[in-house]
Ligand binder design. Structure first.
Ligand code: SF4
Length: 341
C-alpha cells in the first residue's frame, strides 16, 4: 500500500484528482497529518466518509511502533522504531536550551563504511522513503507530546545517497502547510558525496550543510572514510566553496577527535590551512567509543587545545556537547545491540 506521507502537497493533489476528488482536499489531509498528527484516516472528520474509505483502501499513514526507548540521564532519548516491514531504524531526540532537536535516519544501514561509525557493522538494506523519514519526527512528537524545532539528518545512512527522498522530505518538513520547520533549522550531514553537494546547491533550500571531514589529508581521511578514495578532500572542499557561493550559507565541518589519530596540533594546523577564508564553522566531536572499534576518545585537554588553536587562527570552532553518552548515542549502536548484528 502507498504511504500517503511520501507525497508533497502538489503530488497529493494529483492523487486526489485521480480518485475523483477535489484538489483542495489535499490541503485538508496535509493539515490532519502534519498539524494534528492524525494516526487514522477515521480521525479526519471534515472529509466525507466516502473519501475516508477511499484513502483507507489506497494508502497507509505508515504509523511506527516503538520497539525500544532509552532515556539518558541528560534527557536525550533514543528510539528504535519498527517500520512495519520487518526492519528497524533509530532516531535520537535531544533537548537543547533552544528546543528539541531530532536526529533522523535516512537509510536502513549505510554503504559508506566510515571506520568510526557503529553503522559500519550493519549491512545496507535499503533507503527510506520520504514518508518513512518524516514519520520519525511525527512518532516522536506523538510519544513525547512535544513540538520539534530542529531536524538533523545525521542518523544512520548517507542522506545524499538517498537524494530524491531526502529532498522531498525536507520540502514537506519545511512547507508551512506541512510541518513548517524553517530551512535554517534543518541540517543535512554528508560523508562527502560530491555530486550531491553540487545538486543541493541548486535546490534553493536554505538548509545547513554539514560535512563529515574528520581528517586533514587524503591519506588519513581515506583510512577513516573510504568515500575519500572516490572524492578526495580537494574535490570535497571545492564543492563546499561552490555551495557557499550559491547559497551564501555557512558550511559546518564535523571533526570527530580520536586519540592519536587526528587530534594533535599538526592536524589543527593543517585544518586551518584547508579552511582559511571559507564561510564555515568547525564542530569538534568527542568521539563515542564503539564496541570493538579502533578509535578512542581524545583527552579533554587535547580537545580544548585543538579548539583553541582553530579559534586563535581565524576558524570558528566549538566542541559539541556530549549528549546521550550513557545510551550508546553513536549512530547504529542501539540497533546493533537489539538486532544482534
Ligand atoms: S558516519 Fe554516516 S555516512 Fe558514515 S557509515 Fe556512519 S551512517 Fe554512514
Amino acid at each position: 500500500m502507498k504511504n500517503i506521507k511520501d507525497y508533497d502537497i502538489e503530488k497529493l493533489e494529483e492523487e486526489l484528482l485521480n480518485l475523483g476528488e477535489k484538489k483542495y482536499r489535499a490541503e485538508q489531509i496535509f493539515k490532519w497529518i502534519y498539524k494534528e498528527n492524525a494516526v487514522s484516516f477515521d480521525d479526519m472528520t471534515n472529509l466525507s466518509l466516502d473519501l475516508r474509505n477511499k484513502l483507507k483502501q489506497n494508502y497507509s499513514l505508515g504509523i511506527y511502533k516503538i520497539l525500544k526507548k532509552q532515556v539518558a540521564s541528560d534527557g536525550t532519548i533514543k528510539y528504535l522504531f519498527d517500520i512495519l516491514d520487518g526492519n528497524a531504524i533509530e532516531t535520537v531526540l535531544m533537548k537543547y536550551h533552544h528546543g528539541y532537536s531530532l536526529c533522523v535516519s535516512s537509510q536502513i544501514g549505510c554503504k559508506m563504511g566510515c571506520k568510526f561509525c557503529a553503522s559500519t557493522g550493519i549491512a545496507f538494506i535499503r533507503s527510506l522513503s520520504s514518508g518513512e523519514i518524516i514519520e520519525q519526527l511525527l512518532a516522536v512528537e506523538r510519544d513525547e507530546n512535544i513540538k520539534i524545532s530542529n531536524i538533523v539528518f545525521m542518523g544512520i545512512g548517507e542522506p545524499l545517497d538517498n537524494y530524491d527522498n531526502v529532498i522531498n522530505a525536507i520540502r514537506i518538513i519545511n512547507n508551512p502547510k506541512g510541518i513548517n520547520i524553517g530551512a535554517r533549522h534543518i541540517s543535512l550531514s554528508t560523508s562527502g558525496l560530491v555530486p550531491g553537494i553540487y545538486r543541493l546547491a541548486d535546490e534553493n533550500i536554505q538548509c545547513t550543510l554539514s560535512i563529515s571531514l574528520h581528517a586533514t589529508n587524503n591519506e588519513k581521511r581515506s583510512k577513516m572514510m573510504p568515500i575519500n578514495t572516490k572524492y578526495n578532500i580537494e574535490e570535497l572542499l571545492q564543492a563546499c566553496r561552490d555551495y557557499i557561493t550559491k547559497t551564501n550559507r555557512r558550511v559546518s565541518f564535523e571533526y570527530a577527535l580520536a586519540k592519536d589519530t587526528n587530534d594533535n596540533l599538526d592536524d589543527a594546523k593543517e585544518l586551518v590551512k584547508l579552511l582559511k577564508g571559507m564561510l564555515c564553522h568547525v564542530n569538534l566531536i568527542p568521539i563515542n567509543k564503539i564496541e570493538k572499534g579502533e578509535f578512542t576518545k581524545s583527552s579533554n585537554e587535547n580537545i580544548l587545545k585543538f579548539r583553541d588553536y582553530l579559534n586563535d587562527h581565524g576558524i570558528v570552532a566549538t566542541v559539541r556537547r556530549e549528549l546521550g553518552s550513557d545510551i550508546d548515542a553513536a549512530c547504529g549502536q542501539l540497533r546493533r545491540k537489539e538486532l544482534k548484528q
